[in-house]
Design a protein around this ligand. Structure first.
Ligand code: PEP
Ligand code: MN
Length: 341
C-alpha cells in the first residue's frame, strides 16, 4: 500500500480520516491534489503492511484504489535482491550460465528400467535424474509409486551415474525419508498451496523445485516460494509446467510468458517442464527449445525407454534417441542466447 487514490468526490473530512489512520500506523501522508483527484503517497516502511490491512484501507470512504509498489512477496522479489540467485547442488551450479536438464521417468517403476533410463539421459547430457516415488495421481486406483523402495532405486542410479536426484514429496510425514535420498525436493503442482508442506520443506536446507499450480497465477507461485523462504530456505527453483486453460488440444498450456515475467519479478532460477506443459511427446522438443530461448535456467523432461509401457505419463515421455536429438538441438539454442547446456 504505497499510493492511495481518492474518488473524485472524496470530501476533505474523508481525506483527514484516512491521514489520521495512516499516522496511527506510524506512516506519514504525502497529499497531492490534482485537478481531477487527490492522491496520497504513503511514506514509511510499507513492506510491513499486510494484504488484509491494504484491503481494509481500500474499503474506507473516499478511497478509489490502492497501488502497492512493494510486492506482497518480499524475499522472492527482485526489489529485495537484485542479483540472480545461484546455488550449488553437488558440483552443479543452478541459476548460472549453464542450463541444467533434469531428466527421467515420470514414476520410478523398477530398478533395471530406471538404471537404463538414467544411463541414457546421462550419456545425452542430462545433469539430474528425476523420478517420482510418491505420485500424485488423479485416480486413487492408478499406480501410486513405490515409496521408499523407489527412492532407493533413485539413490542407486545416482551412485552409478553421478547424477543428483530430484523427487517429489507429497506429505509432511514423508520428510524424513525424502531427506535421506533426495538432492532436490520437488513440490508438485497439486501441492503448490499446501502451506504446511511449504513451511516444512522451508525449514530444511535442501533445494526445492516449486511447481506452479494447475490454475495458479504467477503471484500465487511467488507467494508459495515466499512460504518456503520465510522459513530460511532460499534455494527455491520456480517451475512453469503449464496451466489449465480452455484449450483441449494439449494437456496444459505452457505459459512461456511466465519465464520473462518471473525473471523480472524474482531473482530465483526458473525451470520449465514442457512434458507436463504439453502432455504430448511430439510437442516437448519445440517447447523445450522455446523455453531455453525465452531464458529458462533449467528444463525438466520426462524420458522413458518404453513409453508405451510406462505406468504414468508415457504419452508425454521422450524415447532416449529423441532425447539425445533434443539435447543436441538445445545446445545451439543455448549458444544463441549466451548460455551453455
Ligand atoms: C511430475 O513431475 O511427474 C508431476 C506430477 O508434475 P506436476 O506436479 O507438475 O503435475
Ligand atoms: Mn509426470
Amino acid at each position: 500500500m504505497d499510493i492511495i487514490v481518492l474518488t473524485p468526490k472524496a470530501t476533505s473530512k474523508e481525506l483527514k480520516h484516512i491521514i489520521r489512520k495512516l499516522e496511527a500506523k506510524g506512516f506519514k501522508a504525502n497529499v497531492s491534489r490534482g485537478t481531477e483527484r487527490t492522491v496520497i503517497g504513503v511514506i514509511g516502511d510499507t513492506s510491513k503492511i499486510t494484504e488484509d490491512e491494504t484491503n481494509a484501507f481500500g474499503a474506507m470512504p473516499g478511497v478509489e484504489k490502492i497501488h502497492r509498489i512493494i510486492q506482497p512477496f518480499k524475499l522472492a522479489s527482485r526489489d529485495f535482491k537484485a542479483k540472480d540467485t545461484t546455488f550449488k547442488v553437488g558440483r552443479h551450479t543452478i541459476g548460472g550460465k549453464k542450463i541444467h536438464v533434469i531428466a527421467g521417468p515420470c514414476a520410478v517403476e523398477n530398478l533395471p528400467t530406471l538404471l537404463k533410463i538414467g544411463q541414457e539421459v546421462h550419456k545425452a547430457g542430462a545433469t539430474f535424474i528425476r523420478g517420482g516415488a510418491f505420485k500424485p495421481r488423479t485416480s486413487p486406483y492408478a499406480f501410486q509409486g513405490l515409496g521408499e523402495e523407489g527412492l532407493r532405486y533413485l539413490a542407486e542410479t545416482r551412485e552409478r551415474t553421478g547424477m543428483p536426484v530430484v523427487t517429489e514429496i507429497m506429505d509432511t510425514r514423508d520428510m524424513g525419508v525424502i531427506l535421506k535420498y533426495a538432492d532436490i525436493i520437488q513440490i508438485g503442482a497439486r501441492n503448490m498451496q499446501n502451506f504446511r508442506l511449504l513451511s516444512e520443506v522451508g525449514s530444511h536446507d535442501k533445494p526445492i523445485v516449486l511447481k506452479r499450480g494447475l490454475s495458479a497465477t504467477i503471484k500465487e507461485l511467488l507467494m508459495a516460494a515466499e512460504y518456503i523462504m520465510a522459513q530460511g530456505n532460499n534455494k527455491v527453483i520456480l517451475c512453469e509446467r503449464g496451466i489449465r486453460t480452455f484449450e483441449t488440444a494439449t494437456r496444459n498450456t505452457l505459459d512461456l510468458n511466465a519465464i520473462p515475467v518471473l525473471k523480472k519479478l524474482s531473482h530465483l532460477p526458473v525451470l520449465v517442464d514442457p512434458s507436463h506443459g504439453a502432455g504430448r511427446w511430439d510437442l516437448v522438443m519445440p517447447m523445450a527449445k522455446a523455453a531455453v530461448a525465452a531464458g529458462a535456467d533449467a528444463l525438466m523432461i520426462e524420458v522413458h525407454t518404453m513409453p508405451e509401457e510406462a505406468l504414468s505419463d508415457g504419452e508425454q515421455s521422450l524415447k532416449p534417441d529423441k532425447f539425445r536429438l533434443l539435447m543436441k538441438e538445445l545446445k545451439a539454442v543455448a549458444r544463441a542466447v549466451g548460455r551453455t547446456i
